[in-house]
Design a protein around this ligand. Structure first.
Ligand SMILES: Nc1nc2c(c(=O)[nH]1)N[C@H]1C(S)=C(S)[C@@H](COP(=O)(O)O)O[C@H]1N2
Ligand SMILES: [Mo]
Length: 471
């Protein structure tokens, strides 16, 4: 630390219990090359059980060395740092002109911060997932270019002048005036902007049986958080004269080839929470995320946030569509499936330190992570560094919003011994995020969806951070 050299060790000791702050290596984000993707796909075809874990382990070992090299530009121990003494070009020359790029991009040095597809997870790239790089993000907002993607039949860039939204009832009495809106008409109506998380119900789904993937990007990256702008669905249904007494459900339908249809309870619509949204983080939605129109259903699993939204139908019973009867159901230990478990329960994860990162020194670290609940606000996040024996409450970063990611931070001095870092979130209903043992006692371990268990990261003596599960 420069401040230690400038002010002397005493000053630092006032601030932190020991005089160094720890450096860490980023997770080797780029470590899954085409070769390991091909290998995983091949082994998946042969039905090998542990294929994903072993392929990741091999790739991770190579990636760590590469990441270490990429990040090394140390201050010379003997002093005389050329990075200070040799005046760089950017301090002498003329910089680039304005508007060199009409739509700005991240620094070339941040090129490894990418959403990534998990090898072996799906058979085709059109019906697949890309995960957001949670380990590289700050605060709570997901940049639009890094928002996770889940498509059932590929994505489209739809011409907004040709896009229509239709409103009808399952019978004529449930909605007086069937209506069709153009995008221009929708965007003239009163709008609201709200921050919410979106999480796929299958997030963390690969970890039900055992540890499967190495980094927080793959364990928790089907998660994003944005400021959405749009019209309250309630407003549209009022305009069209919906019967809110008998019409207790709304069917939402997308315009892509996946026939994505989901039943939305009218309760959520009446509260004014459900939005017909066109804006995301200050600009129009990205095509991958449903441009020009998507449904926003705060607190509810991602599949209900229908993209390329083209039709809404008011009905008097749940529709039982394929994406709520065959998919997005919970396989229980007795072999039965639970349907309509749509709310994303309270959950959290530490993003630093997290899998694939390496702690290079003992000393001070800022443990940081994200917490969220589909039922309301985050009330408290506890953090343990000894596998759940002792807990300390983390600092919650304002603003703490309803059905929105909350960033937490906690000071930690790593003593160089093995540590198991966990976070446990509590929401304002009093619900406490469960351990794997508690969750499996109710749900078994053969589910795919709705895994909100406490995540454990093992920091080994060498500083490497690994995904582990405690029995
Ligand atoms: N039309 C349409 N809407 C859709 C989907 C889809 O494939 N087609 N996928 C759903 C699923 S399963 C999820 S998790 C979210 C993902 O939204 P995102 O791609 O913006 O992250 O969109 C939902 N809405
Ligand atoms: Mo999803």
């Amino acid at each position: 630390m420069y401040s230690a050299q400038l002010h002397g060790p005493d000053r630092m000791q006032d601030a932190f219990p020991i005089s160094t702050t720890g450096r860490w290596l980023k997770a080797p984000e780029g470590f899954i090359g085409p070769a390991s993707v091909a290998r995983v796909a091949e082994e998946a075809r042969r039905g090998r059980r542990d294929f994903i874990r072993s392929a990741f382990a091999a790739a991770l070992a190579g990636g760590t060395a590469a990441a270490a090299h990429a990040q090394s530009n140390p201050v010379p121990a003997a002093g005389g740092d050329p990075n200070i003494l040799d005046l760089p070009e950017h301090s002498r020359g003329l910089g680039k002109p304005v508007a060199a790029d009409g739509y700005g991009k991240p620094s070339q040095y941040e090129g490894n911060v990418q959403r990534r597809q998990s090898p072996g997870l799906t058979q085709t790239a059109q019906s697949s997932v890309s995960f957001a790089p949670l380990q590289s993000l700050f605060g709570i907002v997901t940049p639009n270019g890094l928002h996770f993607e889940r498509h059932h039949q590929g994505w489209w860039d739809i011409d907004p002048s040709k896009h229509r939204l239709m409103l009808n009832g399952s019978d004529a009495r449930l909605l007086k005036t069937p209506m069709v809106f153009t995008m221009d008409e929708l965007m003239r109506l009163p709008s609201v902007s709200r921050f919410h998380f979106i999480e796929c119900g299958a997030n963390t789904g690969m970890e039900w049986g055992n540890v499967a993937v190495p980094t927080v990007q793959y364990t928790h990256g089907m998660l994003s958080c944005c400021e959405f702008t749009g019209v309250q669905l309630r407003t549209l249904l009022e305009l069209a004269g919906a019967d809110f007494k008998r019409g207790r459900f709304v069917l939402a339908e997308g315009a892509d080839g996946s026939s994505m249809t989901r039943t939305i309870p009218m309760e959520l619509v009446e509260r004014g929470e459900v939005l017909v949204a066109y804006g995301c983080n200050g600009e129009m939605l990205r095509p991958e995320n449903g441009y020009p129109l998507r449904l926003v259903v705060p607190g509810v699993q991602g599949v209900s946030w229908v993209k390329y939204l083209r039709r809404l139908e008011v009905g008097d019973r749940p529709y039982g569509t394929k994406d709520e009867t065959l998919h997005y159901v919970d396989l229980m230990p007795d072999g039965k499936h639970r349907q309509y478990t749509s709310i994303q329960e309270c959950k959290s994860v530490v993003t630093t330190p997290s899998g694939g990162q390496v702690l290079l020194d003992r000393g001070f670290y800022n443990i940081t992570g994200l917490a969220w609940s589909g039922r309301g606000k985050i009330k408290r996040v506890d953090v343990s560094v000894d596998g759940g024996r002792n807990w300390r409450s983390a600092r919650l970063q304002a603003p703490v919003m309803d059905k929105c990611l909350t960033r937490f931070n906690l000071d930690w001095v790593w003593d160089g011994k093995p540590a198991i870092v966990q976070s446990r979130a509590i929401d304002d209903t009093g619900y406490v995020q469960p351990t794997y043992r508690q969750l499996r006692a109710v749900r078994g371990s053969r589910s795919i969806y709705h895994n909100n268990a406490i995540q454990s990261w093992l920091v080994t003596e060498s500083g490497e951070v690994r995904n582990v599960q405690l029995s």
